[in-house]
Design a protein around this ligand. Structure first.
Ligand code: NAP
Ligand code: 8YV
Length: 319
């Protein structure tokens, strides 16, 4: 039987690449000397496209793939996927929700605990000999997390997973989203400013994209105030990064734990010298177990569509 011809946008987990290569006639766009020229010449040969939340796809790419029927994306974020263009063409799109909830929620807790308890800062202190150097002041006291007030911005799949973990820390939890979530006991706060004013820790885990761009602005940061910490595991675009840098440099907020940035992999260099900031390279889902589960779902969505016309997790298409 003739194998389906699939275009793979960028490099993926080796185990996923191996499965794609075994099952389909797979070609890697990123390995071509001139990917745009390759798309122009060969785009019409492909039925399937495999991409990721980080790489996404544009309307222009789809235009060069007139026979495309299915796209499978590795990741849950939809902000780089032009779903309207896919819908207009009737192209099915799959993504990988839920399988990464645990690890992203775990990392949000790690960032909150790290920045509040000064874990990374204390590690640096020990490594540079601060503990054993006579005359050096003892390591400064940190901030208690258990029992503190937690505001969650976005109570979707991952936000709810974070809230459950924070319950184990006996935190007082409220959340902000456009609509209250039915069937949960946590209190909805319709005003983001009020949530920021109320809480000690603000964890950001909304969707990315135009709808949430700079949702967290200077006003929200000032409402959080000099004793408030912010954690972002959503997308860099959700926070006005220039305003965040100013607030941190001026100590108008207490600290930040950041997994995501506006122009990844670029991180504002002003943050490098601040001890009250923990900086990570977008690793919230990055465990072997979760990345493998994401890889399996990416494959299953593609294969399910091509074999039976059904995906395990189709992406929600815009109205
Ligand atoms: P989800 O279930 O769709 O939840 C998204 C939440 O965002 C919902 O509660 C939604 O509520 C809220 N929201 C959307 N627009 C909003 C707005 N303008 N104002 C306030 N709240 C808004 O998504 P999920 O699976 O939890 O994932 C959330 C995001 O996490 C992903 O889209 C992705 O960008 C990010 N993520 C990051 C990593 C990482 O490695 N750091 C890993 C996985 C996911 P309403 O619609 O009611 O407003
Ligand atoms: C991915 C993510 O690792 O799923 C998402 O939306 O941000 C991460 O889990 C990454 O974006 C894959 O490209």
């Amino acid at each position: 039987m003739k194998k389906h011809r699939i275009l793979q946008a960028g490099r993926l987990l080796p185990s996923l690449e191996a499965r794609l290569a075994a099952e389909f006639d797979t070609h890697l766009l990123a390995s071509k000397a001139d990917p745009q020229a390759y798309l122009a010449a060969h785009g019409g040969e492909f039925e399937g496209f495999v991409t990721s939340a980080g790489v996404g796809f544009s309307a222009a790419t789809l235009e060069r793939m007139p026979k495309l029927r299915v796209i499978s994306s590795f990741g849950v974020g939809l902000d780089k996927l032009d779903l309207a263009a896919a819908k207009a063409r009737g192209i099915a799109v799959g993504y990988t929700p839920d399988v990464l909830n645990d690890c992203v929620a775990d990392l949000a807790m790690v960032l909150m605990l790290d920045v509040a308890r000064r874990v990374s800062e204390a590690d640096r202190y020990v490594r540079r000999g601060g503990w054993t150097t006579p005359g050096v002041a003892s390591f400064p006291l940190a901030r208690k997390v258990s029992g503190a007030k937690l505001g969650i911005v976005g109570l979707g799949r991952i936000g709810q997973t974070i809230a459950k973990r924070a319950g184990g820390f006996e935190m007082d939890i409220r959340y902000h989203s456009r609509r209250p979530v039915e069937g949960v006991s946590w209190r909805h706060e319709s005003s983001l400013i009020e949530l920021a004013r109320w809480c000690d820790f603000l964890i950001v885990i909304t969707a990315g994209g135009a709808g949430t761009k700079h949702l967290i602005n200077a006003e929200v940061l000032d409402a959080l105030g000099p004793r408030g910490f912010i954690v972002n595991v959503a997308r860099g675009s959700v926070i006005d990064e220039a305003a965040l840098v100013r607030a941190l440099v001026d100590r108008r907020i207490a600290g930040a734990g950041l997994d995501v940035f506006e122009n990844e992999p670029q991180v504002p260099t002003e943050l490098f010298t601040l001890d009250n900031v923990v900086l990570l390279p977008h690793i919230a889902s990055g465990t072997q177990e979760t990345r493998q589960a994401m890889a399996d779902r990416t494959f299953d969505n593609l294969q399910g569509f091509l074999r039976e016309g059904r995906m395990v997790s189709p992406a929600p298409l815009p109205n």
